[in-house]
Design a protein around this ligand. Structure first.
Ligand code: DGL
Length: 275
């Protein structure tokens, strides 16, 4: 048994879709979340900047005494896996768990992948899918406008701008006859209703949050790192800017009112102090 918290970070709010799954799959675990709301988005930045941010975010969580880290960000998981692999605690990203879930879900092995520009340029999901299933055909599409739509709460399937944006991005994937779409960005599960409306009910949507939380549960179980089963997990949230906005939008990502403390942190300073 290990009652230290699980650390989760993202460029902003999107990682809360992973936290939501963690709370439901591992209710006894304490969770410390860091959302880099002062520096979001990561998906339009250079590899060097994404690596620096990933390293600082991880160091902040290590300073909080976490036993395990989840990079709940498709961009960090795709561009900076080597940073995650070099940490003094076990760490995972969303690429491998989500790729495995997509391969399992697909029958015709025509799999679409959507993510930020940095994620799609890295080819991370394509490579992970092909490692598991070399016969798969992978069709990728960067959807950078999905991130601000979600951050601004424009997720209603009847929102015309969101629907038209989804139609434009998803048309080429639909034309290829995909039967599975991997949501390779942790913001995108919030757009599931509109994506489903555009692609129709026969295309399976793979939420990286769900598969990543399940993978985390397996890793903690195997390593004997699960928290005591008789306790209820507590949750603390840290952001690098606008804690008020975070509180307002977070419930949308979590699917419930936020429980636990929300604090502001100067990430550059904190990460530097622990270097
Ligand atoms: N959460 C990020 C991801 O999963 C998307 C937002 C960003 O560009 O930082 O890639």
């Amino acid at each position: 048994m290990d009652n230290r918290p699980i650390g989760v970070f993202d460029s902003g709010l999107g990682g809360l879709t992973v936290v939501r799954q963690l709370i439901s799959q591992l209710p006894c675990e304490d969770i410390v979340y860091f959302g880099d709301t002062g520096r979001v988005p990561y998906g339009t930045r250079s590899a060097e900047t994404i690596e620096k941010y990933a390293s600082q975010d991880s160091r902040f969580l290590i300073g909080k005494g976490v036993k395990f880290i989840i990079a709940a960000c498709g961009t960090v998981s795709s561009v900076a896996p080597h940073i995650l692999n070099s940490l003094p605690v076990p760490a995972i990203g969303v690429v491998e768990p989500a790729a495995a879930a997509a391969v399992e879900a697909s029958k015709n092995l025509k799999i679409g992948v959507v993510g930020t520009a940095a994620t799609i340029n890295s080819g991370s999901f394509r490579q992970a899918i092909l490692r598991l299933q070399p016969n798969a055909e992978v069709f990728e599409q960067a959807c950078p406008l999905f991130v601000p739509l979600v951050e601004n709460g424009w997720i209603d399937q009847n929102n015309e701008i969101t629907r038209l944006t989804a139609e434009k991005y998803l048309a080429p994937l639909k034309a290829e006859g995909i039967d599975t779409l991997l949501l390779g960005c942790t913001h995108f599960p919030l757009l599931m209703p509109v994506i489903r409306k555009v692609l129709g009910p026969d295309v399976a949507l793979v939420d990286s949050g769900k598969s990543t939380a399940a993978y985390c549960a397996r890793r903690l179980t195997q390593a004997g790192l699960l928290a005591s089963p008789d306790k209820k997990g507590s949750h603390s949230f840290y952001v690098s800017d606008r804690p008020g906005d975070f509180t307002r939008v977070a419930s949308m990502f979590l699917g419930r009112e936020i429980e636990g403390s929300i604090s502001m942190v100067d990430i550059e300073q904190v990460a530097c102090a622990s270097c």
